[in-house]
Write a protein that binds this ligand. Sequence first.
Ligand code: TYM
Length: 335
Amino acid sequence: MENTTAEKRKVVFSGIQPSGNITLGNYMGALRNFTSFENADCLYCMADLHTLTVRQNPADLRKRTASLAAIYIACGLDPDENIIYCQSHVPAHAELAWVLNCYTYMGELSRMTQFKDKSQKHADNINAGLFTYPVLMASDILLYQTNIVPVGVDQKQHVEICRDIAQRFNGIYGDVFQIPEPYIPKATAKIMSLTEPTKKMSKSDPEDTFIAVLDKPEDIRRKLKRAVTDSDGEIRFDPENKPGVSNLLTILSVLKKETMEETVASLQGLGYGALKEAVTEAVIGELAPIQARYNEIIADKDGLNAILKRNAEKAQYLAQKTLRKVYKKVGLYQG
Ligand code: TYM
């Protein structure tokens, strides 16, 4: 059949920072959705350059980057079908970021809530990279002519500024960049901390606030046992008034692939102990096969490195096409 009318394949791009233990929030809000795009060209990077905006221990960073690559694959991303690579292995990211820095205003960057939060948290190290972080993220996305960016809701503002930068650039130079759309499924947009359920679960917070994808079953059990609930004893989905219980219900219903009504109904007449037990079983059941695959992948470092090298070459090839176009448009001499 003629292919001329066939729709162009969509491009999906996302990234995760190897800045801590990958959490159940990262898994449910992002990773788990990465495998859901069919008939699309998908790229997923380990955003290692972004991690430098906060001081890192170099040896830990190296280890966590390889570990995140293995987690991507263990979660079901076939590295022959998806381009899984390390951001710093593709120089075009940093190169485009420089150009886009010159098309981004100080005012719009200073409105970013993540910048405000992180400058408070790291008051002794408010560096220029922390400020221009969203420009590097915009470059990640725009280099590949991305259509869809699957993220949690905390990254929505960054996708929005990316769209603004792309539209501004296109307004001056013509259609250089595809304008991307965020993809944020509502149920998993923001998984909450186990100990402070009005706050996002975050890999940069203390260990007992989150479940890590690589946590042992006994750690998962212990952390969930201690998860904060409330004192009224009723199992009901009400994020505003019952954030702890509602967070546990969200985790359970999503992992069991049930509607919230089904999950709540299945627990009627039971107490929080039963709810926590059900969540524990669901989380362990979800993560056990991922951890088994992870252990195999990480044991073969040479194999993993070969995958990352091959995929970085593929990414660089695609990225270079956009970068060349940008350099030409802005007037950098091409010879
Ligand atoms: P990062 O590393 O903080 O988080 C990775 C992904 O996980 C999502 N997420 C959550 N979703 C639901 N509930 C939570 N508690 C939760 N915590 C984290 C995040 O929204 C994100 O989707 N700047 C990005 C990394 C990045 C990127 C990109 C993302 C770099 N370049 C280009 C998309 C496109 C970040 O720090 O994510």
